[in-house]
Design a protein. Structure first.
Length: 395
């Protein structure tokens, strides 16, 4: 059934279709509508679940950790400073190998205070042990949350489904909402194999003394890395059942392109339009969208970029003092491959909700073409759309 809904509504409907039993989240712009919608579903009797009201995001995720450890399917949502407040419990959840799913509406971090979109929040917690999926549109949000439960419950790892605030959370578009019966067949009832039992009390999360802690982190690392196969398997099954699959990455005229633009999230839609314009003129420009950021699909990316001469990474985040998170991992993916990597340029853009226009994307292509002609990149990190007059850099 087709419905015209926002990504926030799509996330709420996905949680309902997944038949979650415990919902705990604290409202924060721009994800508030997700939990508002879920509270309506519970209040109206459309969803048989406990809706736990809490005083903060830290408490919200803590409640979900307890519920997941007791063996039920949970859901939470966050954004920006709320995700930062959750950060302590993010590491707890993954370290305990709990199957949790979270929707994160990407929003920039303070200071200065900003309620607008960039992806700094989720990239800031990339090392927390959560799998991370970045969505291009509302359809992908709904589908990815349904996939996330299968992945999480089979790999025993938490999954964060990320989508751009306002650009997706507050924009309505047609979304194919599957029938409940179809979802039930794809996502059967779940029982956590190590659930807590009042009749057999025990403590989970033993103290990580030096003799054991490193081994626990090793096992968690191996589990996150191995989850790649589960992500692929679940996506392929979802495609067979529902006719939609997304992959770890999406190639868009990237296989034969001299210049490939790489990004994650909703910006990919604009980039594809620009790539279409270049292709119509016979120019060798392509696009690569990274959908899964953790585990980082290094082999898939290197294979997709094997013919590229210049790789331009456009991303809405910055690891201050160095560069972007995607660029850093992508560049490292080419290490020890036994062949010369392509030239690489990192374009920081869209911070604090600043629009990334087709003109900005064409500027990235122009600079990439100049680097290709020169045969070198003299400045790795560049900024698109920077208002240099404000900074006094140029008259």
């Amino acid at each position: 059934m087709k419905e015209v809904i926002s990504a926030n509504e799509a996330a709420a409907i996905a949680a309902k279709l997944a038949r979650v039993k415990v919902i705990s989240a604290y409202p924060i712009t721009p994800q508030t509508a997700i939990v508002e919608k879920l509270s309506e579903f519970v209040a109206d009797g459309e969803l048989d679940a406990e809706f736990i009201k809490v005083e903060s995001e830290h408490s919200a995720l803590s409640a979900c950790v307890g519920a997941a450890a007791a063996g039920v399917r949970t859901f939470t949502a966050a954004s920006s400073q709320g995700l930062m407040l959750m950060s302590e419990i993010l590491f707890v959840a993954s370290g305990l190998r709990l199957p949790l799913v979270m929707a994160n509406a990407n929003r920039s971090l303070s200071a200065p205070l900003s309620i607008w979109c960039d992806q700094q929040d989720s990239f800031a917690v990339r090392d927390s042990g959560w799998l991370q999926i970045y969505c291009e549109n509302s359809q992908e949000v709904l589908d990815s949350i349904l996939q996330a439960y299968r992945i999480s419950e089979q790999a025993l790892l938490p999954v964060m489904v990320c989508f751009d605030g306002y650009i997706l959370t507050h924009t309505a578009e047609p979304v194919d909402v599957p029938d409940q019966k179809e979802v039930d067949e794809f996502l059967p009832p779940y029982k956590y194999p190590y659930s807590l039992d009042p009749e057999k009390p025990l403590t989970i999360g033993a103290v990580g003394v030096p003799e054991y802690y490193e081994e626990f982190r090793y096992m968690l690392h191996e589990a996150v890395a191995a989850s790649r196969e589960k992500l692929v398997e679940v996506d392929e099954e979802f495609g067979r059942r529902f006719g939609r699959r997304f992959g770890l990455i999406e190639r868009y005229f990237s296989d034969d392109a001299d210049i490939v633009l790489v990004t994650a999230g909703s910006l990919s839609g604009t980039i594809k339009d620009v790539v279409d314009d270049y292709r119509a003129k016979g120019e060798s420009v392509g696009h690569l969208r990274i959908r899964v950021f953790r585990p980082f699909p290094s082999d898939d990316i290197v294979d997709a970029l094997k013919n590229a001469k210049v790789v331009a990474v456009l991303e809405k985040d910055i690891s201050l003092g160095y560069g972007g998170a995607i660029f850093t991992d992508l560049a490292a993916a080419f290490a020890n491959r036994g062949r010369k990597p392509p030239l690489m340029i990192n374009f920081i853009c869209g911070l604090g909700g600043r629009d990334v226009s087709p003109m900005d994307i064409r500027e990235a292509v122009r600079q990439s073409a100049s680097a290709l002609q020169a045969g070198e990149v003299k400045r790795n990190v560049r900024w698109l759309g920077l208002r240099e007059k404000i900074l006094g850099l140029r008259a």
